[in-house]
Each structure stands twice: as structure tokens, then as C-alpha cells.
Design a protein around this ligand. Structure first.
Ligand code: BES
Ligand code: ZN
Ligand code: ZN
Length: 496
């Protein structure tokens, strides 16, 4: 999508003009100029249209240069929030894709109010439209129409063209990176194996000049990553530990670690999932996808903050060689773990990944994972659950989440929860203390490996996959947390 800023409405040519419509449209910034562009007819067209938020109406203009106008309801302009506007543009992105529009023009002033500046509006426009326009290229051999992507968007504004264009570019980078993560989540486990995921990460690394290290089974054995290896034990696919370093400084001091769960398919292992619960488990690498998506934003925008991505990837399978309940394994940290449930595999691969991130010098850690069904019971499908051991770090994180509009809610992690994680007759820890509040046990287990390092755990089991289409995209992978993780890095860069 080419983003072009234009100040002169006279010369605009586009298949469609997108206009935000609120009560009293005549009070809209720059309305007069636009009205003249269509010989004063604009007002007449809007008379009977709905102002309801996200309502869409297309109007023929009988003008050759701009043959159609898409009016988008904004309700009361002064009440319009950034989140509303992102959703509005998500719907616009969907509508333009559906209409197979290649070139659109956006009357930016019609989406602004006292708190939403031209730059804000441009950012939200590019992000929302990029997200809304997403479609997964599926594997159907019939009626699989090629994507008709929006090629050009002319942003019509009288304000600082350079700043508006820069903001729109950032919005687009965020949107495209989320879309990449969505595609990874949507890919089936037979095609997106640990090896394939590592190849993807290697390509990303090459593209942005990240220092990339892909560890195979032999290297994991040499290092003693007993937890990842236990999960991989029943698989014919090799595991991978993916490490990407974004070096803002040569010394690579105080890196933030982004740690992702990359289970390419989760059968549950011997603690086998029921047939209804197993479908969809191709998405159990949503945490890995979020981390890779965030790394894409980081590669594009190059913030002043060192970041290391660590992703452990394998499937969790059943076979004669698979690990099983009652097994005792030794993790990279040296801590021993009693396996009570092989379906609680995410926390195991995260445990070794977090330890490895610490060995690489991480001073802050965020892990992100489709970890527990418990988070869905607690918070529903639209809220990411969080745990932390550091108030200040979490505050910075929440500022980032508020900015991106991704809903995150923190749960407690108490000493008595930790006691239950540490309770075992035979080992230092057990991997499944019980079903009561088990989102806390899942995340808390990972926290045992973060130890004193400031750490945030994000459980995206509910939010990583949308059961039906929503404002910002279709059913399927959502790419949740890509934007918030990237925004967190931006904030930490500003803070230091
Ligand atoms: N991958 C699942 C969690 C999950 C559930 C993700 C639903 C997406 C949708 C995870 O590995 C798992 O199976 N967790 C168990 C933990 C239990 C055994 C303690 C669960 O949530 O039931
Ligand atoms: Zn599982
Ligand atoms: Zn899992």
C-alpha cells in the first residue's frame, strides 16, 4: 500500500474518497474546501445518512476523478476515541478490499477532533486499514480469488505532509507486522513445523540484520535444555530454539527479552486433549508469532533499545518415545520438574527459554504464550491475562497496551500460588498444581525461572485466535500483542 500525502484536493484522482461523517458535518475541518470540490453537493448527499459509528455508505459522485464517496459514520465527533477510529478504519479496510478498490483517497480532516491530530489520524488510518484488509491466502484449489490489495492511499490534508506521512508509515508497519503474525498462526502444523518457523525467523533476521542463532536438537542436548527436549521427545520433527538479537548498541547492554511459546501443534501428549479441544492447536505458537511480529516492527523502526527474541519451537506429540506423567526432568536452570500433565507443555519450553534469555544477559523479560484454557475461563476471549514480579516494569507495559488498545488484565501471583508450584515429593517443581486458577499456575511456573529479573507473563490463549470476524480482521489468528510488545520497546527506548 503506497501512502501519499496530498494537500491540493483539486488534482486528486482515486476510485473512492473516504469521508468521516458526524452530526453537523459542516463543522468538519476543511469541509468547505471539499464541498467545493463536488460543487457544493457533499452536504446534500449526507442529509439522510446514518452517523452511527462504523456505518458505511457509498455514494456515486458522477465525477470522473473521484467516482465514489464512502461515508463512514463517526457518531459524535468530539467523543471519538483513538480506539474507535482504529476500528472504523478496520471496517474501511474490509470494505475497500471487498469492493476490490485499488486506489483510495482519505479526507483526513474529517477523522480529526480536538484530541485526535492529523498525525494520530494518519497512524490509525494506516494501521486500521492494513489490519482490516488482511486475508489469509488459504489452500483451496477452487474459488481462491487472488488478493485484491489496496495499492494507493492518498491522504488529503493541509497539515505538515512529512509528519503525516511518517505517522502513516509507522501505522502501516504495525499493521503489516500483525498480519505476518496472523499468517503464521493460521498455517497448519504439517506445514509450519519448528524447522519451518525457524527458517522464517532466519529470513526475518537476514532482512533486518538481526544476529540470528538457530539451535537444533544436538545443541539443545549439549546445553542441557531438558524441558524443551522432554516436550519434543515424542516427535519426529526436530525442535528449534530461535534466537534473534536486535542490537541498538554494539555492547548489547541491558537487553529486553521477548520470549515466545512456539508449539506448532499441541496434542496434549499422553495427557491427550479431547477431540474437541485438539482442533485449533495449530495456533499454539501464537506467542512465537507475536514475538516475530514485534521483531519485524523493531527491524523497520529501529528503536534505541537492545532486544533479544527467544522462541522455543516443537510440537507436542504422542509416541512410544514421548514424555509422560510421573517423569522427572532437569531444566536448563538445573531445577528439576515432576511432570504431572504432559499437556502443560508450554510452561516447560518457556522455562528453558527464559533461563537462556537470562544467560544472554536479559535484564527484563516478557514471555507471551497461548498457555492455558484457564485465562479464557477467567477473562473471556478478548482479554490477555498478565502476571508480573515488577510493578514499575508492568506500569510501562500497561502504558504501551493502552496506546495500542490491546486489552490486558493482570491476575495476582501470591506466595501460596508459588508454594503449590514448588510442591512435589520428588522434584523442585511440578508442572500442574491443579485446575483452580490454573492460568496463575501456568504463568507462575515460568516466573520460577525468571527469578529476580523483572518479568511479565502474557497468556494469549483467548486472544490469539478470533472465533469470528471482528472490526480489525477476519476469523482466525489475530496477531495479538505484536503491537503492544513493539510499543513497549519504543517506550523503553524513550525511558533510557
Ligand atoms: N495450548 C494449551 C492452552 C490453550 C487452550 C491454548 C485453549 C489455546 C486454547 C496448553 O498447552 C494447555 O493445554 N494447557 C492446559 C493446562 C493444564 C493441563 C494445566 C489447559 O489449559 O487445560
Ligand atoms: Zn498443552
Ligand atoms: Zn499448548
Amino acid at each position: 500500500m503506497n501512502l501519499i500525502v496530498q494537500s491540493n484536493t483539486e488534482n486528486v484522482e482515486a476510485e473512492i474518497l473516504v469521508v468521516g461523517l458526524s452530526r453537523h458535518p459542516e463543522n468538519t475541518k476543511g469541509w468547505q474546501q471539499f464541498s467545493e470540490r463536488f460543487s457544493g453537493k457533499l452536504e446534500g448527499w449526507t442529509k439522510d445518512l446514518s452517523f452511527d459509528l462504523k456505518s458505511l455508505v457509498t455514494y456515486p459522485t458522477l465525477s470522473g476523478a473521484i467516482p465514489r464517496v464512502l461515508f463512514v459514520g463517526l457518531n459524535e465527533r468530539k467523543k471519538l476515541t483513538e480506539e474507535d477510529l482504529r476500528a472504523v478504519f478496520g471496517q474501511v479496510g474490509k470494505e475497500l478490499t471487498k469492493k476490490k478498490i485499488k486506489s483510495a483517497a482519505v479526507y483526513l480532516g474529517s477523522f480529526q477532533n480536538d484530541s485526535i491530530t492529523a498525525e494520530n489520524a494518519a497512524y490509525l488510518m494506516a494501521e486500521g486499514m492494513t489490519l482490516g484488509a488482511y486475508r489469509f491466502d488459504d489452500y483451496k484449489t477452487t474459488s481462491n480469488e487472488p488478493d485484491s490489495l489496496i495499492e494507493t492511499v492518498s491522504i488529503l490534508t493541509e497539515e505538515d505532509a512529512e509528519e503525516v506521512e511518517a505517522s502513516a508509515f509507522i501505522g502501516q508497519v504495525f499493521g503489516l507486522s500483525v498480519n505476518e503474525a496472523r499468517t503464521l498462526v493460521n498455517m497448519p502444523g504439517n506445514l509450519l513445523t519448528a524447522t519451518a518457523l525457524a527458517d522464517y525467523a532466519q529470513e526475518l533476521g537476514n532482512m533486518y540484520g538481526f544476529e540470528t542463532d538457530i539451535l537444533g536438537k544436538a545443541e539443545l542436548e549439549e546445553l542441557g535444555m531438558g524441558a524443551i527436549l522432554a516436550v519434543n521427545q515424542g516427535s519426529v520433527e526436530e525442535p528449534r530454539l530461535i534466537v534473534l538479537k536486535y542490537k541498538a548498541t554494539e555492547a548489547f547492554d541491558n537487553p529486553l527479552a521477548l520470549v515466545g511459546k512456539g508449539i506448532t501443534f499441541d496434542t496434549g501428549g499422553y495427557s491427550l486433549k479431547p477431540k474437541d479441544g485438539i482442533v485449533g492447536m495449530k495456533g499454539d505458537m501464537g506467542g512465537a508469532a507475536a514475538v516475530l511480529g514485534a521483531m519485524q516492527v523493531i527491524g523497520e523502526l529501529k528503536p534505541e533499545k537492545n532486544v533479544v527474541a527467544v522462541i522455543a519451537s516443537t510440537d507436542n506429540m504422542v509416541s512410544g518415545s514421548a514424555f509422560k506423567p510421573d517423569d522427572v526432568i532437569t531444566s536448563l536452570s538445573g531445577k528439576t520438574i515432576e511432570i504431572l500433565n504432559t499437556d502443560a507443555e508450554g510452561r516447560l519450553v518457556l522455562a528453558d527459554s527464559v533461563t537462556y534469555a537470562k544467560q544472554l544477559g536479559a535484564t527484563h523479560i516478557v514471555d507471551v504464550a497461548t498457555l492455558t484454557g484457564g485465562v479464557i475461563v477467567a477473562l473471556g476471549k478478548d482479554k490477555t491475562g498478565a502476571l508480573t514480579n515488577d510493578e514499575a516494569f508492568f506500569e510501562t507495559f500497561m502504558e504501551a497496551a493502552l496506546e495500542t488498545g490491546e486489552f490486558v488484565w493482570r491476575l495476582p501471583l501470591t506466595e501460596s500460588d508459588k508454594k503449590r508450584i514448588r510442591k512435589s515429593d520428588v522434584a523442585d517443581l511440578n508442572n500442574s498444581p491443579g485446575r483452580d486458577g490454573h492460568m496463575i499456575f501456568g504463568g507462575g511456573f515460568v516466573g520460577e525461572f525468571a527469578e529476580e529479573t523483572p518479568w511479565i507473563h502474557l497468556d494469549i490463549a483467548g486472544t490469539s485466535d478470533a472465533g469470528s470476524a471482528y472490526d480489525l480482521g477476519p476469523k482466525g489468528g489475530t496477531g495479538v500483542m505484536v503491537r503492544t510488545l513493539a510499543m513497549l520497546v519504543e517506550r523503553m527506548a524513550e525511558e533510557q
